[in-house]
Design a protein around this ligand. Structure first.
Ligand code: 5GP
Length: 226
């Protein structure tokens, strides 16, 4: 009776540093086969443990700028330390057309750009339970120097001020808890009235007629109503 839009939804997941976005997104993808992840391009260096084509497509600044002039990005930003990050247009469009819901794991500015182009985008902000916990997680990672850590904190505080621009905020105190909350958000979004393409209701008179003619029912009194 209700025909919903076949096209998938765009879902943006942003979050402060060390909020555990990556782990939450991995779990969402494992548990929901209809979800796809857009893999961004970046000109930043590959970190230890990263693989080209998994976390990002790692390309040079020149290659990135060529892609900008080819209009290959849905959006792009210079995010950290003058490095480019961009969402590929073609891959995202293809996934959406195949009915997949696509997660973009991008920063606050990129999120605003996408939202202005596609207002129905679902914007979710993931937060660590406290900045004390962020400090603990950064220390535990132990990969960056003091200058980089301070920069991360400054960006995190700025990003927290942007939360009102999002539709949902999820505190990642426990991964399974956070994933369950996001799944509930996505399920509710699927039921939104503006996702309905068509409501087709069978002919009322025909249905009543068929019902009255149905020998399995004793319809003798129903004729009096009509
Ligand atoms: P990292 O270098 O730590 O992986 O990511 C740094 C920041 O870049 C994160 O906030 C991440 O969300 C953001 N980011 C990753 N890909 C994109 C993208 O395609 N576009 C934008 N605007 N931000 C991105």
């Amino acid at each position: 009776m209700i025909k919903q839009k076949k096209q998938g939804s765009l879902i943006i997941i942003s979050g402060t540093t060390c909020a555990g976005k990556g782990t939450v997104v991995d779990q969402l993808l494992k548990r929901n086969s209809n979800l796809g992840l857009s893999i961004s391009y970046t000109s930043r260096e590959m970190r230890e443990g990263e693989t080209n084509g998994v976390e990002y497509y790692f390309i040079s600044q020149e290659e990135f700028e060529k892609k900008i002039s080819n209009d290959d990005f849905l959006e792009y930003e210079i995010v950290q330390y003058g490095k480019y990050y961009g969402t590929p247009k073609k891959e995202v469009r293809e996934m959406l057309e195949h009915g997949k819901d696509v997660i973009l794991e991008i920063d606050v500015k990129g999120a605003q750009k996408i939202k202005s182009m596609f207002p129905e985008t679902i914007l979710i902000f993931i937060m660590a339970p406290s900045m004390e916990e962020v400090k603990r997680r950064i220390k535990a990672r132990g990969k960056e120097n003091n200058e980089q850590i301070i920069k991360r904190f400054q960006v995190a505080y700025q990003e927290i001020n942007e939360i009102p621009k999002y539709n949902y905020v999820v505190v990642n105190d426990d991964v399974l808890n956070a994933v369950t909350k996001i799944e509930a958000i996505l399920l509710s979004e699927k039921c939104r009235v503006d996702r309905i393409e068509e409501i087709a209701v069978e002919n009322q008179e025909e249905i009543i007629h068929e019902f009255l003619m149905d020998k399995e029912f004793d319809n003798s009194s129903s004729f009096d109503i009509l």
